[in-house]
Design a protein around this ligand. Structure first.
Ligand code: AMP
Ligand code: MG
Length: 421
């Protein structure tokens, strides 16, 4: 704590300490895409499964064709044809002085030790003329050369991508244990809020936050559920939360936690005693709430669901989500909470920041001529936490640490790229 405020790091620590990975679940392979494996995957079979041909051509004994050249080709009788996936073995073994036609991926018969590709032959059916000699073992793929039985192929905690899933399927796995996507219930509070598309009164505004937060939750890998707007009445909020807790792994509210008379989230939840409300030393996003909730009405009463009460101003809500909720969701998914490693950029205009607060300013990045590395960042929109137009125009956050009150134009600053993982 510093001067009664929790630091950003202290608040994040408290959140991550209270957050644990969700119980693992066995899911069909494709449902595991982008999720963290919750098991070590060990190869139950070898790959390739058997010695097989890497080319369409003729299986031979290398010694029989060692002298073959264009000028002096070698002729061998063709004793059969081996395709991939034929159950009957057309050629049980290859006697000396013979060749067998063989297709890519087909098992190489015992006796053969190399394959002559079609291109080096006259493609004969009864006899084949071979005009070039393979080296011993050439164009063969050996059993187990890729993966041996018992190899550790995917470690628990690995985020499963297309290549991992392809490998698991190749090993015969139809399903895999993963950490599931957290179900995030998102509640907007505020009697002034209306659904987009609805009629607006003189003093009402559209609910942007639940869409902003639901989209950010989905980006983080979670499954968001938007819940209808909750007016500033404690009873309505408690009823809605009670209803939703059954299906939630996480609950996120926005609004209703500052010092106003109608700050219903704080008012309704403070008596429960399981949620911390307080100021965090950041700008925007000073008011924060975090704790756990259990349904009043029993049911999954043993389950304490992590609960985030975020401030109502849209920029504050979004920054709070990125700073606190996203790391927690990642931890629940069994992956490192940290993401989006900060980079540095040259600041185009001077910025100021209050002492003792970590400030997150919105910025627009310019890339280097290589189109990859970040060159410059231009601050947009000032520090107003209501500026959603500027928020949408930005693609980075400029981070000004607690002990810094001013950064001159031209200096290098720390930035977090928002559209990258
Ligand atoms: P509060 O934290 O409830 O005092 O709200 C702070 C400011 O954010 C007020 O101007 C609210 O009208 C605005 N606000 C709260 N919730 C939302 C929302 N869901 N969408 C857009 N603006 C909101
Ligand atoms: Mg409000």
């Amino acid at each position: 704590m510093s001067g009664g405020l929790r630091s950003v790091d202290e608040h994040l620590d408290a959140i991550l300490t209270a957050t644990t990975p969700l119980p693992a679940l066995q899911v069909p392979l494709l449902d595991a895409l982008d999720l963290a494996a919750a098991e070590d995957v060990v190869a139950p079979i070898q790959l390739p499964r058997f010695d097989n041909s890497a080319m369409d051509g003729y299986a031979v004994r290398q010694a029989d064709v060692a002298t073959a050249t264009d000028e002096s080709p070698v002729k061998l009788p063709v004793i059969g044809e081996i395709g991939a996936g034929q159950s009957a073995r057309p050629v049980s073994s290859l006697p000396a002085g013979t060749a067998a036609k063989i297709m890519t991926g087909a098992p190489v018969p015992p006796g053969a030790d190399s394959v002559v590709p079609y291109e080096w032959t006259d493609r004969g059916a009864k006899d084949v003329w071979i005009a070039q000699a393979p080296s011993s073992g050439q164009h063969l793929r050996y059993a187990g050369e890729d993966v041996a039985v018992g190899d550790l192929l995917v470690e628990a905690g690995t985020t499963l991508g297309p290549r991992h899933l392809g490998l698991l399927a190749s090993l015969g796995r139809a399903s895999v244990r993963v950490r599931p996507r957290p179900r995030v219930v998102i509640v907007s509070t505020g009697s002034e809020l209306r659904e987009p598309g609805a009629e607006l009164g003189d003093d009402s505004i559209y609910d942007g936050n639940s869409f902003l937060l639901a989209a950010a939750a989905r980006r983080a890998g979670a499954v968001p559920y938007r819940v209808g707007l909750i007016p500033d009445e404690p009873g309505a909020l408690l009823d809605a939360l009670d209803d939703q807790l059954g299906r939630a792994d996480v609950v996120v509210t926005s609004g209703g936690i500052s010092m106003g008379d109608f700050d219903v989230v704080k008012e309704a939840l403070t008596p429960l005693g399981s949620v911390w409300f307080g100021p965090v030393a950041m700008q925007p996003g000073k008011p924060q709430g975090f704790g756990t909730l259990s349904p009043r009405s029993g049911g999954r009463a043993e389950v304490a669901v992590p609960f985030f009460a975020l401030p109502g101003n849209p920029v504050s809500a979004y920054l709070s989500f990125e700073t606190f909720v996203r790391p927690a969701l990642r931890r629940m998914m069994g992956i490192t909470p940290e993401s989006r490693r900060p980079v540095t950029a040259r600041l185009t205009h001077r910025v100021g920041s209050p002492a003792g607060r970590r400030q997150f300013l919105r910025g627009v990045l310019t890339l280097d001529s290589d189109g990859v590395s970040v060159a410059e960042v231009e601050p947009v929109g000032g520090s107003g936490s209501h500026l959603v137009g500027d928020l949408a125009a930005s693609d980075a956050l400029i981070v000004v640490l607690e002990d810094v009150t001013e950064i001159a134009a031209g200096e290098r600053v720390t930035v977090i790229r928002l559209d990258q993982d």
